[in-house]
Design a protein around this ligand. Structure first.
Ligand code: PLP
Ligand code: ZN
Length: 430
């Protein structure tokens, strides 16, 4: 057995708390990390163990998160809530790579998780932690995917779930899932940031377990994206990871995972992390480029609803990840997001709008010469193409004018009478 001694540690003041203490923040207001004593772990043995588990047909370690359980959560099997998440594909970018000007661009498709987003990786760990704390009810504020995931994991493990979503503007596929899996769904008159504030108060007052990414165990599960990608690359270190940034939990997890692998001697160096924000919801980008203190964006706006967040809870951890990795933060416009999406979709891969910040950002950084054309780049695709059909149809029918978006690469549907002649005309053949 590999021993996993851990505690909770504040990212702001470094104060530590017992791992078994139910808390999400430090007394100073900082958020918490799960801190492990990695000096007791033999990296070579650990890597060999993970290789042995690769391709397991059943059991907890067949999950693409619990395969790496030594660095995920120290929990007995009967407390683990898993839907065999992870095990997602790593695709060559194909024509999308040509468009971006990158010859070694790959996409890790987290939209292939059980509920269609990377949130399942954090949720399997968070839901298992909830069971360790004997929670009966779990809650989250969500732009959609967290709620879809939480409702599913609560349902499979017999917990109740309460979801706080911002009014309007949550993608249809996500709302549908939350309702379908049986989550009690409360629509808040306000935006995501308002919902986030409220859910923390509700959890504190009503003794409900909070499953937003402020929960340090969510971040631990999300680290598995990095572990699995590196394993798919036979532990050859890529030059870059490019990842969308909303509440900034995922980029935080990526950075923590890569740092841990490096500390264990499993990686020879740390790849650079580029966090990509929408220009209308860009507090990390502003901090990074202007060297200013963190300042929330009051009215975040973007068609990529999954990252429409002005006051991200994990900005300190995300900034740390970018700094550790000597990476960067970039922003992309609405038009850049949706044009990148059209190219990613047309390459046959496809993902929801927020995910396409990875391609839009990779292209922008390649155009600027920050990423060299021959570097190995891993773009994280965070959510499934079917999550937000409205955005897809809007783009291809060129009806997103109110968002200031043109259907540059639109593939318009054509209406014709049911005759051979009309088909010939439409196809341009005689
Ligand atoms: C949650 C989510 C994001 C943003 O991830 P953060 O951890 O909040 O930065 C991006 N894309 C999709 C599809 C998501 O569901
Ligand atoms: Zn503190």
């Amino acid at each position: 057995m590999i021993k996993t001694d851990s505690c909770l540690q504040c990212v702001r003041c470094a104060r530590t708390y017992d791992i078994g203490e139910l808390r999400y923040t430090c007394d100073c207001g900082g958020i918490l990390d799960v801190k492990r004593d990695l000096s007791r772990i033999d990296g070579i043995r650990l890597k060999a163990l993970w290789e042995e588990r690769w391709g397991m047909k059943r059991g907890i370690e067949a999950s693409g998160v619990w395969r790496y359980r030594e660095l995920i959560l120290d929990a007995p099997d009967d407390k683990i809530v898993t839907r065999q998440e992870g095990n997602t594909r790593l695709y060559p970018a194909g024509s999308a790579g040509v468009w971006a000007g990158l010859s070694r661009l790959y996409f890790k498709h987290e939209g292939e998780n059980p509920t269609g987003s990377f949130k399942d990786r954090g949720m399997t760990c968070g839901a298992s932690a909830a069971r360790l704390f004997n929670a009966k009810t779990v809650a989250c504020a969500s732009t959609g995917n967290t709620s879809a995931s939480m409702a599913s994991y609560a349902a499979v493990s017999g917990m109740k779930s309460v979801i706080f979503i911002p009014e309007g503007k949550i993608a249809y596929g996500k709302l549908a899932q939350a309702l379908a899996y049986g989550g009690k769904t409360l629509q808040i008159e306000g935006n995501f940031d308002d919902a986030m504030t409220l859910v923390q108060e509700v959890c504190r007052e009503l003794g409900i377990y909070l499953l937003n990414s402020i929960n340090p165990f969510r971040i631990e599960g999300q680290k598995a994206i990095a572990f699995e990608t590196l394993q798919q690359l036979d532990w050859q270190v890529p030059d870059w990871f490019v990842i969308p940034g909303g509440n900034l939990g995922n980029s935080s997890a990526l950075g923590k995972a890569l740092l841990e692998l490096h500390e264990l001697g499993i990686l020879s160096r740390i790849p650079k992390i580029a966090v990509i924000q929408a220009a209308g919801a860009n507090p990390l980008y502003t901090m990074w480029t202007q060297h200013t203190p963190f300042k929330a964006v009051k009215k975040p706006e973007t068609i990529a609803t999954a990252i429409k967040i002005g006051n991200p809870v994990s900005w300190e951890k995300s900034l740390r990840a970018v700094t550790w990795s000597k990476g960067t933060v970039e922003q992309v416009t609405e038009q850049e997001i949706m044009d990148a999406k059209a190219k990613l979709d047309a390459a046959g891969i496809g993902a929801e709008p927020a995910s396409c910040c990875s391609l839009a950002g990779a292209k922008k950084l390649a155009d600027k010469g920050v990423i060299a054309s021959g570097e190995t780049v891993i773009g994280i695709l965070t959510g499934n193409i079917l999550k937000d059909p409205d955005a897809v149809i809007g783009y291809h029918k060129d009806t997103l004018g109110s968002h200031g978006i043109k259907g540059t690469f639109a593939n318009k549907p054509v209406q014709i009478p049911p005759t051979l002649d009309a088909v010939k005309k439409a196809l341009g053949v005689s």
